[in-house]
Design a protein around this ligand. Sequence first.
Ligand code: SAH
Ligand code: SF4
Length: 346
Amino acid sequence: MPRNAGRPVLAALPVEELAVLLSPLPGYRAKQLFSWIHRGAGTFDDMTDLPLPLRAELSERFALYPGEVAAELRDPDGTVKLRITLDDGYCVEAVLLTDGEGRRTACLSTQAGCPMGCIFCKTGALGFRRNLDSAEIGSQFFRLKGIAGDIANIVFMGMGEPLLNLQELRRAAAVLTGGESMGFSPRRITVSTCGIVAGIRDLGENGPRFRLALSLTTADEKLRRRLLPAADPLPAVKEALRQYQEQTGQRITLEAVLLGGVNTRPKDADALADFAAGLNVAVNLIPWNPVEGLGFEGRPLREPDAGEIARLELWLGKLGLNVTRRFRKGRSIGGACGQLGGTPTG
Ligand code: SAH
Ligand code: SF4
């Protein structure tokens, strides 16, 4: 049972569990609370159809969310980043992104830190602290919802490797997608993985049928070993993706973080096209977002320049791949891909 300063946490519980926790209050109270949480209520006092004495009693006995929002940072481009300090002092971050049409996406974390050690990623540099529990995962969404109103998509592209915390991810997703809730479709949830074969297989066999994104970055196996040292070998990853595609019929996104002078050569385009052969994929290019202190084999990493990105995009297009470029959002608040790291404790 997740707790906040000793009080049981209510958010991200299935409505039946909420009812048990709230007893002897009648069942309809659990439904009211559940509905408020799913609309992004920030405090019990926001729940205006509950009698005042009940709101006071609830806030004494329970907490809505785990941890505290330590900072709410806003980028001029509309991106909002929440830094959440958990009960044990670890820190996780959740980001709200808004696209050109005003559609909002919640980018959520699944672990404090990450054990995968990808050399270009701030979270990787932190190392692994612990898995988040389902309440800690789901609450990031509700907190962002409190700020955003409608959220169209969820991407598990924050801190951590989601497929190493699949059980809690599933529990959190079940609350968001379940019939009692606003019924967020699993098809609007994307799980991004650096390539954990057992996790992809498990998802394919046991669901839910999330959209899948593979952080490929390079399809040159030797280079990949040096950049993403803990990810599974590519032939096994490709076979797992092929099966997932067979099971779900979905197109898979291949993400490639572009590191200036490292993985933007013509032969990188060729290797990527070879990897994509036989799969139904879209390629998403992510120009590396700077993180101070990160280097590759003795040299500092650098952002790719505009010409490098454009040439790679062109080559990939010529090889018949469907390519998009990720827009840079939230950089001034350290909220862009790979910049999430929290405070020194987290
Ligand atoms: N662990 C999962 C999800 C979180 S990382 C994964 O690796 O897929 C989310 C995305 O950010 C991944 O595609 C990752 O490759 C990318 N990323 C990491 N560091 C980055 C950086 N500094 N700049 C741009 N993208 C980065
Ligand atoms: Fe972990 Fe993803 Fe960062 Fe790699 S890129 S260290 S898998 S969070």
